[in-house]
Design a protein around this ligand. Structure first.
Ligand SMILES: [Zn+2]
Length: 359
C-alpha cells in the first residue's frame, strides 16, 4: 500500500499581514516535465485578512514585494506529509533573509531553519509552516519563489540499524514471568490507532505511545483513549526533526510543545526521532527531567515489509525486558496490526506479558 495518496494534492498558502508594501502573488507555469498546475491568486494588502492561494503539485509560486527597513513579511504554508518544497529568496539587499518555523494554531513553534536565502526539504508532518522574511536596516525589494515537488515516500522514520539483540537460548527453561515493552511511534493516527487499541485490549496488553505533538493536537480523543486504557503516552517531539545538532531553543519548542499538548496524561519520557541524539540534546532532556527511551528490537514495520516479516522480527528476537519499536503513524500500519494479531497470542503462550514504560 502506498504511504501517500498522490491524488488531489493541494497546497494552501496563506499570506499573512506583510509590513511595508503589499506582496503580490503570481503563479508561474510548472517547470518542464512537472505536473500540471492550476491556481489563482489575488493581490494582498497589509491590512487584509489572510488570503488563500491554492496550487497544484509540481508548481512554482512567485511572490514579490518591498519591505521597509527592519520590517518583515510572513507567509503561512500548509505542508503535506512527504511533500518536498524548495524556497528561494532573491533581493538586492544582502541582509534580506528568511526563516521557517513550524506553526500551530496561533503559536509559532520550532525553528526549522533560520536566516537563509535558500532552503529545500521534506515536510514530515502535515501542518502549517510559517515563512518570515526579514528586511535589513535598509528598505529593499524581494522576490520569493516557492516550488512544490511531487509528494514521494517519506524518508524512513527510523533508518538507524537495530541494536544488537541476543539470540534466544533454546535450552534455557522458560521464565514464568517475562515482560515485553511494546512501543508505537509517530501517532496518533485515526487510520491505525483505534484498531491497535482494540487489539491490545483483547490481550490485556499495555503499551507505550510516543506521539507527535502535531498529531496529538489534531486527535485529542485518541490521546485520551490511549491513557484511559492504561497505556503510557510519551513524547516523540512536535514535528519529528532529528534532535542531533538541534539548538536548545528548537529542542525545547519540540519537546515542551508536545508536553503541553499531552499535559495531564503525558509521561516525561522522550523517544528521539530516528533515534538521533547528541551529548547536548541528552543534556537538554535531563535538564527538563526527561528520560530518553530507545529500543532493543526494531521490527522495521515502517517499511511495510509484510506482516510475516514484522512478526518474525518480533518473535525471533523477543526476550525478557526488551523494548520493541513499532509504529501507529507515518502511513498505513495494517501490516503492524496484522503482525501483532498473530504474535501476541504466541508470545503470551511463551509466558510474556506486555507492560507500559515510564509509569
Ligand atoms: Zn518516529
Amino acid at each position: 500500500m502506498t504511504i501517500i495518496r498522490r491524488a488531489a494534492a493541494i497546497i494552501v498558502l496563506l499570506a499573512l499581514a506583510a509590513c511595508g508594501e503589499p506582496a503580490r502573488g503570481s503563479v508561474q507555469p510548472p517547470a518542464p516535465g512537472g505536473a500540471g498546475a492550476t491556481a489563482t491568486a489575488s493581490p494582498l494588502a497589509a491590512h487584509e485578512q489572510p488570503s488563500r492561494l491554492e496550487l497544484g503539485e509540481g508548481s512554482v509560486t512567485n511572490l514579490s514585494g518591498r519591505l521597509a527597513g527592519g520590517s518583515s513579511a510572513r507567509y503561512l504554508v500548509r505542508g503535506r506529509a512527504g511533500q518536498t518544497m524548495v524556497i528561494d529568496l532573491d533581493s538586492p539587499e544582502e541582509g534580506m533573509l528568511f526563516s521557517i518555523h513550524a506553526f500551530s494554531g496561533a503559536t509559532q513553534l520550532t525553528p526549522i531553519v533560520e536566516n537563509t536565502r535558500r532552503w529545500s526539504g521534506q515536510w514530515f508532518v502535515a501542518g502549517d509552516y510559517l515563512i518570515t522574511i526579514s528586511a535589513p536596516a535598509a528598505a529593499a525589494e524581494y522576490a520569493l519563489a516557492l516550488s512544490t515537488l511531487d509528494i514521494g515516500p517519506l524518508h524512513p522514520p527510523h533508518p538507524t540499524p537495530p541494536l544488537p539483540t541476543a539470540a534466544p537460548d533454546p535450552t534455557a527453561p522458560p521464565a514464568p514471568n517475562k515482560v515485553l515493552y511494546l512501543t508505537f511511534d509517530d501517532g496518533p493516527d485515526p487510520r491505525n490507532t483505534p484498531g491497535l487499541l482494540e487489539l491490545l485490549a483483547r490481550y490485556n496488553a499495555r503499551a507505550t505511545f510516543f506521539v507527535l505533538g502535531h498529531y496529538a493536537q489534531a486527535h485529542p480523543d485518541l490521546i485520551q483513549a490511549e491513557a484511559a486504557a492504561g497505556h503510557t503516552v510519551a513524547n516523540h517531539t512536535f514535528t519529528h526533526p532529528s534532535l542531533s545538532g538541534i539548538s536548545r531553543e528548537a529542542f525545547m519548542n519540540e519537546v515542551l510543545g508536545t508536553k503541553e499538548v499531552i499535559s495531564g496524561v503525558g509521561a516525561n519520557c522522550l523517544r528521539p526521532p530516528y533515534g538521533a541524539t547528541d551529548a547536548n540534546t541528552r543534556a537538554y532532556a535531563a535538564e527538563i527531567g526527561y528520560e530518553v527511551i530507545m529500543w532493543d528490537i526494531d521490527t522495521h514495520d515502517w517499511a511495510n515489509p509484510g506482516a510475516d516479516e514484522i512478526g518474525r522480527r518480533l518473535l525471533g528476537n523477543a526476550r525478557d525486558g526488551a523494548i520493541v519499536l513499532m509504529h501507529d503513524g507515518g502511513g498505513d500500519r495494517a501490516q503492524t496490526i496484522a503482525a501483532l494479531e498473530a504474535a501476541l497470542p504466541a508470545l503470551a503462550e511463551q509466558g510474556y506479558r506486555f507492560e507500559a514504560l515510564c509509569q
